[in-house]
Design a protein around this ligand. Structure first.
Ligand code: ARG
Length: 270
């Protein structure tokens, strides 16, 4: 998992609007520093043996660096995101790229934050709703891909996408911040029978969970040393990177990479 990723670039990254609580137009990123962060993330994926495919960003799309919201992709099919109005101009670029690269492309019938609210874990789909994603997307995705959907609702807009609150480490292990999820959602996670690693508040707020793991190497933000140590104790290789500029847009490592190799048709059989 997570061995084939789509990234864009940070060339036009800026805060032109405020659609999440982290974005503040009076606090602009240093673009050169953001480009350097993004380049380092991409290099870390490659060093971990992952394929990184690259799509150029467009000048009118300041959030295009966060490719995770473009779609959810599994089994060579992509369901495009249906983001807030401010980000709609990104979607035709992703539609073209995905089609040209051999994916079957479908539109989302309802609001949908793409992979930001749809984390695949084998046959499970950890799926956010009630903020950027309409809950009716869950049935749509389950019918299309055959996932067993685990609906997750966060307690505030701080966790506007579920990929800030929950992380897939491998098919048997999740990281999560209990304080970000409502009671029924926490219960649904507990009932899965997977191993759950709890992340503490300060580290969750530092976007510790916004990580990419292939089950061997975890690529994550610097600023969550306790969680990083826990992952190392479990035998994982952990690469911690600076994400302070990307954070100004409300995102981190996971947000900058759309996974292209999710599969429901093979794997552990869960
Ligand atoms: N500024 C972007 C937005 O609000 C950040 C998206 C981050 N992506 C994510 N998957 N959490 O849409």
């Amino acid at each position: 998992m997570n061995r084939d990723l789509l990234m864009s670039d940070a060339a036009y990254f800026r805060i032109s609007y405020e659609i999440n609580p982290y974005m503040d137009k009076s606090c602009q990123p240093d673009v050169a520093a953001a480009v350097a962060e993004h380049t380092a993330i991409s290099a870390a994926h490659r060093a971990a043996g992952r394929r990184v495919r690259r799509m150029e960003s467009a000048p009118e799309c300041p959030d295009m660096v966060y490719t995770a919201n473009a779609a959810f992709v599994s089994d060579q099919r992509a369901v495009l995101g249906d983001p807030p109005a401010a980000r709609l101009e990104e979607i035709p670029y992703f539609r073209s790229w995905l089609k040209e690269n051999g994916f079957e492309v479908l539109d989302a019938p309802y609001s949908f934050s793409g992979q930001g609210d749809a984390l695949a874990c084998g046959r499970l789909l950890l799926a956010g709703y009630g903020r950027r994603t309409d809950q009716r997307m869950h049935g749509f995705l389950a019918d299309l891909f055959g996932h067993e959907v685990v609906p997750l609702h966060t307690v505030s807009d701080q966790w506007y996408d579920v990929d800030l609150a929950v992380a897939v480490i491998d098919e048997d292990t999740l990281g999560y911040y209990p304080g970000a999820l409502d009671d029924p959602s926490r219960g649904r996670l507990a009932d899965l029978g997977l191993e759950l690693i709890e992340v503490e508040s300060a580290e969750a707020h530092a976007f510790a969970l916004n990580l990419v793991s292939d089950g061997d190497t975890v690529t994550m933000t610097r600023g969550a040393p306790r969680f990083a140590a826990t992952l190392r104790e479990r035998g994982l290789t952990v690469v911690e990177l600076n994400t302070s500029e990307l954070r100004k847009g409300g995102g981190g490592v996971r947000c900058t990479a759309l996974t292209l190799d999710n599969q429901t048709t093979s794997g552990s059989g869960r």
